[in-house]
Design a protein around this ligand. Structure first.
Ligand SMILES: [Zn+2]
Length: 248
């Protein structure tokens, strides 16, 4: 089975000079499909270019909470059109860290995208930082939605709330660097059927290193060790979860 990086920003400028090589290196070790979430309208054209050039990339379209204040309502119509040919809505969500756009603005864009996910019957790729309870209460108002909480950084209990709401939990390189006990609890206590693997490339390896999809092997190895399973088994099951969720 082709293993899948469920979250990599291949449209990021840091990949503009060597994307074919980056994809080849991942492909050579078995990671052969890539889900590209969107950050906002300023990248939608670049994503469409990548989608045309690389048939093993699958694209979500949406407005990331960090960039929502750069958008106008007209962008929502444009997004609505793009979603006719997308595998998911996102990445969207809430980020209540300091120096982010106003919470009201973030909430408006999140609600609008939840409605679009329902309209197009698409899964959501959700960014949730310091906002788990609010994200959960928004999702409760849209009981038909499904998707993934990406780069999950909350507690085991919070993860279980999201799973009950029909969402998967994505584990990536960023989480592997977080508090080891918290990571261990999440990775060992959650059912594997609810876990996706991701890199969040080019982010996730700290400020000075560019993350790449091939590093998903690192995540799989750590998850495998913690769960006392084989990395191939983890990669197979999590990739199958990804394939089913996004209907690839
Ligand atoms: Zn992301």
């Amino acid at each position: 089975m082709a293993w899948i990086d469920s979250h990599c920003h291949l449209d990021h400028v840091s990949f503009s000079h060597d994307l074919p090589q980056v994809l080849q290196q991942a492909h050579d070790i078995g990671i052969q499909q890539f889900i590209v979430p969107s950050v906002g309208f300023h990248q939608w054209e670049e994503q469409q270019r990548i989608q045309t050039e690389h048939s093993n990339t699958f694209h979500a379209y949406g407005v990331h909470p960090w960039f929502c204040d750069l958008h106008e309502e007209a962008h929502l119509e444009q997004l609505d059109d793009l979603l006719d040919h997308a595998i998911a809505v996102g990445e969207c969500g809430l980020d209540f860290m300091p120096n982010k756009p106003k919470q009201d603005t973030q909430l408006w864009w999140f609600e609008a995208q939840l409605a679009l996910a329902e309209k197009h019957d698409l899964p959501l790729i959700i960014h949730s930082v310091k906002a788990g309870d609010k994200v959960a209460s928004c999702l409760k108002k849209h009981p038909k939605t499904r998707g993934v909480i990406h780069g999950f950084s909350g507690s085991l209990q919070q993860a279980q709330v999201f799973i009950k709401l029909g969402f998967h939990i994505a584990i990536g390189t960023r989480l592997i660097r977080a508090n080891p006990n918290k990571t261990k609890d999440l990775v060992t206590q959650l059912p594997l059927a609810s876990i996706l693997l991701e890199t969040d490339s080019p982010d996730g390896l700290g400020k000075h290193a560019r993350n790449e999809p091939k590093e998903m092997m690192l995540v799989a190895n750590i998850v495998a060790k913690l769960r006392r399973q084989q990395p191939e088994e983890i990669l197979n099951i999590c990739s199958q979860n990804t394939q089913e969720l996004f209907n690839l």
